[in-house]
Design a protein around this ligand. Structure first.
Ligand SMILES: *Cc1c(COP(=O)(O)O)cnc(C)c1O
Length: 396
């Protein structure tokens, strides 16, 4: 088939032409003036995106590199931390903190559910030795949006740092770091930021920086205070991922052009489009109440082979979607709507899924699923224009 390949995955994601053209340019030198000027521009835009007055550090790494840098830079072996988890990436936090030698308390919730802030508060009350909470804003393995703003209300009045993996949320749903009181927010380039993989971004709060300055890191490559000193000079500690940073300058222009509110309104509308279309196809939404704005996950009917569904969608319709991880492999489909993706891509995803399900014996939904989905999209766009956005709950 001669279909266009559409990446409706939770990273990597499609790239805007404006960004691709910048990525294609020849190298400039990372210790010279032109690059420093671009870095200072990027810095101002990144602070808007993160909602912080603090520097945002670029790191040459995938998102997991920033997670590693946070755990190593903020805590020393033997310190006690809590990981609030409900999925694959929550588990990753616990693996990283354990590797760093932190005494790790795991607060686990079933996959598909959100972390309950009251349980975090109870765990912190029960054990004042806990000095940090690690959480995802969007748990990509399930499509759940954790109530991080509420968790921050609990940590910010205590001597507890809140470390947030925003890898599948930054640039997709609101995460104003300073206003919410997050101590660390980090992301990667290949999800909401419309860039190839390989660049991670990390910011700390004021008290996060105080803690980082007191913490002796045993990691040569990730050194947050030294990296900050370089960022303030328009530099990075080691050789910069030059084309990714110049590409970031262009992708941030796209994100900030009409304001972040417009970006979030679009993401909310795409989320409503996806959820409505998938439900009309007769599929059960996997994250019923707290759902991410960059990915929608659905459970497949019993007996339908999810691996085969995804194979047909890609090979016959050109739409690449993600399946489940671990015990959810073959059981769920995750439709990504992040990066340079618009309504027509999501419609293509719904159609490819309907056709593939049909072939696999799992289609029982409405025939007018595309019309239903578009109606929800139009309503969401109209409803969010100029208004503050809800934090992930369906409007009634
Ligand atoms: C993608 C993702 C990661 C992993 O990022 P890499 O770039 O693959 O290292 C971690 N956390 C979340 C929430 C993600 O979506």
């Amino acid at each position: 088939m001669l279909n266009k390949l559409r990446l409706l995955t939770p990273g990597p994601t499609p790239l805007p032409e404006r960004v691709r053209l910048v990525l294609a340019q020849d190298m400039i030198h990372h210790r010279k003036a032109a690059f420093k000027d671009a870095m200072h521009e990027v810095q101002g835009k990144l602070r808007q995106l993160f909602g912080t007055d603090q520097p945002v550090l670029p790191l040459a790494a995938s998102g997991t590199g920033a997670m590693t840098a946070a755990a190593h830079g903020l805590f020393a072996p033997g310190e006690k931390v809590l990981v609030a988890e409900a999925g694959k990436f929550g588990q990753r936090w616990a693996e990283i903190t354990t590797t760093r030698g932190l005494e790790t308390v795991r607060l686990e919730f079933p996959w598909g559910q959100a972390v309950e802030p009251s349980a975090v508060a109870a765990a912190l009350d029960a054990d004042p030795a806990i000095k940090g909470v690690f959480i995802q804003l969007s748990e990509t393995s399930t499509g759940v949006l954790h109530p991080v703003e509420e968790v921050a209300r609990i940590t910010r009045d205590r001597d507890v740092l809140l470390v947030v993996d925003g890898i599948s949320a930054v640039g997709l749903s609101p995460c104003p770091m300073d206003a919410w009181g997050l101590d660390c927010l980090l992301t990667g380039s290949q999800k909401g930021l419309m860039l190839p993989p390989g660049l991670a971004l990390l910011a700390l709060s004021e008290r996060g920086w105080r803690k980082a300055e007191q913490t002796a890191s045993n990691c040569f490559y990730f050194n947050l205070p030294k990296e900050r000193a370089n960022v303030l000079k328009g530099q990075t500690l080691f050789t910069s991922p030059i084309n990714l940073l110049l590409g970031l300058n262009a992708s941030l222009d796209i994100l900030l052009e009409k304001g972040l509110e417009a970006v979030y309104a679009k993401q909310w509308a795409l989320t409503m489009l996806s959820r409505t279309g998938l439900a009309a196809l007769g599929l059960e939404l996997f994250a019923p109440s707290h759902f991410a704005w960059g990915i929608t996950s659905v459970r497949l009917p019993e007996g339908v082979d999810g691996v085969e569904v995804l194979r047909i969608a890609q090979e016959e319709h050109g739409v690449c979607m993600a399946g489940g991880q671990d015990h959810l492999k073959g059981r769920i489909v995750r439709l990504g709507h992040m990066g340079w993706v618009d309504w027509s891509d999501v419609l293509a995803g719904l159609y490819a899924l309907e056709q593939s399900l049909h072939r696999c014996g799992g289609y029982s939904g409405a025939r007018d699923y595309l019309e239903q989905a578009m109606a929800a999209y139009r309503l969401a766009l109209a409803g969010t224009a100029g208004q503050p956005l809800p934090d992930g709950r369906i409007r009634s």
